[in-house]
Design a binder for this molecule. Sequence first.
Ligand code: ZN
Length: 51
Amino acid sequence: MNCPNCNKAMKYLRGDMSTGKPGKKYDRSFYECRFCDVWVTVELPQEKEAE
Ligand SMILES: [Zn+2]
């Protein structure tokens, strides 16, 4: 993932799980640009039910 501001590679910070909608789970990832302090959060829907 590249920074939308300076287009440099962003640093992966961490990931966790999010429940954006009832009954759906998302893999959430946080990215940070070390050059211009831009934050991006990506939420990918999980295809299969976890646990
Ligand atoms: Zn940047």
